[in-house]
Design a protein around this ligand. Structure first.
Ligand code: NIG
Ligand code: FE
Length: 422
């Protein structure tokens, strides 16, 4: 993995479509999710890592001088880099043994009850020293970039002790500084009650509130705090305590809500006014109405539904019809969603959640950017924004959801720099 500074200016010509996502400076709702601001055919011009202009060839060509790097997109579609607003990318080991058990009929819950699940990844993550753990994650960074993702929200949550959570957050920081991928860090100490606290869960909640949150805030290692709110994981009461404390330390709030059961997660997210409520596979009409009332963005994660062999996808259509600013993300993690591919998520969203390809793209770019507090700088191809630009090997943006199981990008630019695939 590497990147190179191509030149100060870059022109990309001969694009079958430039999918700009230009529009109001806020997350898109209702019919706006279908409005991609396509220029066809189109071109764009980048100066010093920022988009300077997007338009027709006649508008872009006069900007070119002898120092400009000129790229012929060959009739391919050009989009903003995907923004993946929910990932768990720092973990030790893999869970391929559990995957095999599930292929023979065991369930995710059964495996977790027998000491597998999140705790097995926690054990593997704790056992790895920082340098080696970082090294293993560089591989995943490469996977994200190769599938056209240029920014990810990255959660801790496989350490579950002060030291191990800090170790993971330091790795996220390092990866952000030393690879082309942009990271937005989230503290997820409330991912699971670790084994050693199972008989005294209250003490673990206190550890999060009294020791982890202040230290993570003090070291400025995370922008958001997340909680896995679920009857058998962190109850709504515990989630309320943790997220209320996190707010006092200045964290933005996110929540894993109603993933495995209708457990009051969406209602709590609305009550707290979190930035996002994620998963929502079991959320009912009342929960959707509450999210709308509180202006919470749903982050939908069909990869985990698919990989767990479930058919209970979240009610995306009802959420869009209710006016929610829907986000799609991978939930990349070793247990329930081992995919870094937003195009795979777009395929699932169209096939199983009846979202149009255009709605999917809006949900995985501009709406995702707003959910990470980055809507002003990424998620669309508009003048002044960072030039995270992907040329996909297709002529029509809908092909990204239609052809599945392939890697679509032919070139990925981050801040105007070409990412060279390893
Ligand atoms: O988002 N829901 C909680 N966390 C992950 C699963 C993590 C794991 O199984 O390791 C999720 O699906
Ligand atoms: Fe998750």
């Amino acid at each position: 993995m590497s990147s190179e500074n191509e030149s100060k200016t870059l022109a990309i010509l001969e694009c079958s479509q430039v999918v700009t996502l230009a529009g109001p400076a806020r997350p898109r709702v209702g019919p706006e999710l279908n409005e991609l601001g396509i220029i066809a055919p189109g071109a764009l011009f980048v100066r010093n890592g920022l988009i300077e202009r997007v338009g027709t060839a006649a508008e872009i060509e006069p900007l070119i001088d002898q120092d400009t790097t000129v790229l012929d997109a060959g009739g391919r579609a050009v989009l903003p880099g995907f923004v993946d607003a929910h990932t768990h990318p720092v973990f030790g080991g893999s869970r391929v043994d559990e995957f095999q058990q599930r292929s023979k009929g065991a369930t995710y819950e059964q495996i977790a009850a027998h000491g597998g699940g999140i705790q097995s990844t926690v054990n593997a993550t704790r056992a790895m020293d920082e340098e080696f753990l970082l090294y293993t994650c560089v591989r995943y960074v490469d996977w994200f970039l190769r599938s056209g993702t240029t920014t990810i929200e990255a959660k801790s949550g496989y350490g579950l002790s002060l030291e191990d959570e800090l170790k993971i957050l330091r790795i996220i920081k390092q990866l952000g500084e030393n690879t082309p991928l942009r990271f937005v860090p989230t503290f997820l100490g409330a991912h699971s009650i670790p084994f050693e606290y199972r008989s005294r869960r209250d003490q673990y909640v206190s550890l999060i509130i009294e020791e982890m949150l202040p230290e993570v805030a003090n070291q400025k290692l995370a922008e958001f705090c997340d909680v896995f709110c679920e009857e058998k994981v962190f109850t709504t009461d515990e989630s309320w305590r943790i997220l209320s404390a996190a707010r006092c330390y200045g964290f933005g709030l996110r929540m894993h809500a109603d993933q495995l059961s209708l457990s009051g997660g969406a209602q709590l997210a609305a009550e707290l006014g979190t930035v996002t409520a994620d998963h929502l596979e079991h959320t009912d009409a009342a929960g959707i109405a509450a999210l709308k009332q509180a202006n919470v963005q749903p982050v939908l994660l069909p990869g985990s539904v698919y990989a767990l062999g479930s058919s209970r996808y979240p009610a995306a259509r009802e959420m869009i019809d209710a006016g929610l600013a829907v986000v799609l993300a991978t939930d990349f993690n070793p247990g329930s969603s081992p995919t870094p591919s937003i195009p795979m998520i777009l395929s699932l969203a169209s096939t199983h959640m009846k979202m149009t390809p255009a709605e999917g793209i809006t949900a995985a770019t501009i709406n995702a950017a707003y959910s990470l507090n980055r809507g002003h700088e990424i998620g669309s191809l508009e003048p002044g924004k960072i030039a995270d630009v992907v040329i996909h090997d297709c002529g029509d943006y809908r092909d990204l959801a239609y052809f599945f199981g392939i890697e679509h990008p032919s070139s990925v630019y981050v801040r105007g720099n070409l990412f060279n695939r390893g």
